[in-house]
Design a protein around this ligand. Structure first.
Ligand code: NAP
Length: 226
């Protein structure tokens, strides 16, 4: 049994991660940022696990939540993310909206990783999964939703840096693409059910070792070009 920390578990992939992990008897600590989210997560956890409350844009909130956790964290999944405003392309942008998107998608996962790092370092097999997207790949063509793509590309760079910084400490760090998943974000036409994506994410995270650090992988463990 491992202790998993999931940031952003009120719905979608994060909620399903909490549900599947609790069902398997893993120890789960997961976060939400609203009362509606708390209710959904508590139902998914089935009375097991622990709920934290923070917005990933709020460093003080995250640090206070982290200070309330005493158990080492074996796997941290920085999952919370947003798709951003309607106008987010290179030729037409809601700049304030895209700035907020970077706050959530690029800096949010780092805030979470930094705040929980002391607990991660206490694990015998410490792993960090930064939830990215294939849309962050610099080799992928296409311009729609440029703000989202750029926010995940920047997250990927921070993920590489975090992996390099933490390799000497024995912490494995990867950027993860969950597939195109039928959630509020992925929409109804996405190719994967949330159950299938999450089964894969858990499998990849479980098998992660230091030899696999600094990789950009999908939910099947297949490598993606940065
Ligand atoms: N679905 C896909 O096809 C797909 C593909 C590639 C990558 N991803 C990535 O996978 C992750 C999860 O996506 P999803 O499809 O599950 O999305 P989702 O259904 O829209 O859920 C997003 C989750 O992130 C939380 N969140 C958003 N902003 C937050 C903030 N500022 N502070 C704390 N929590 C926040 C949401 O909480 P609230 O309920 O409080 O808003 C919710 O729990 C994201 O990082 C996304 O970019 C998804």
């Amino acid at each position: 049994m491992s202790h998993w920390l999931i940031a952003g578990a009120s719905r979608g992939i994060g909620l399903e991660l909490a549900r599947q992990l609790a069902l398997r008897g893993e120890r789960v600590t997961a976060s939400v940022r609203s009362e509606a989210g708390r209710a959904a997560l508590q139902t998914a956890l089935g009375g097991k696990g622990r709920v934290l409350v923070f917005d990933t844009r709020d460093e003080a909130q995250i640090r206070a939540a982290a200070a309330s956790v005493t158990e080492p964290v074996d796997v941290l999944i920085a999952n919370a993310g947003a798709y951003g405003p309607e106008r987010q392309n290179a030729l037409d942008m809601d700049f304030d909206g895209v700035l907020d998107l970077f706050n959530v998608n690029t800096l949010g996962p780092l805030r979470v990783a930094q705040a929980f790092l002391p607990l991660v370092k206490q694990s015998a097999n410490p792993r960090i999964v930064m939830m990215s997207s294939v849309l962050g790949s610099m080799t992928l063509e296409g311009t729609f939703n440029a703000g989202y793509r750029a926010s995940k590309a920047a997250l990927n760079k921070f993920t590489q840096c975090l992996a390099d910084d933490l390799r000497p400490e024995g912490v494995a760090v990867v950027a993860m693409h969950p597939g195109w998943v039928r959630t509020d974000m992925g929409g109804p036409n996405a190719t994967l059910s949330v159950e299938e994506s999450v089964e894969g994410i858990i499998r990849v995270a479980e098998g992660l070792t230091l030899s696999g650090t600094r990789r950009y992988v999908d939910y099947r463990g297949n490598e993606i070009d940065w």
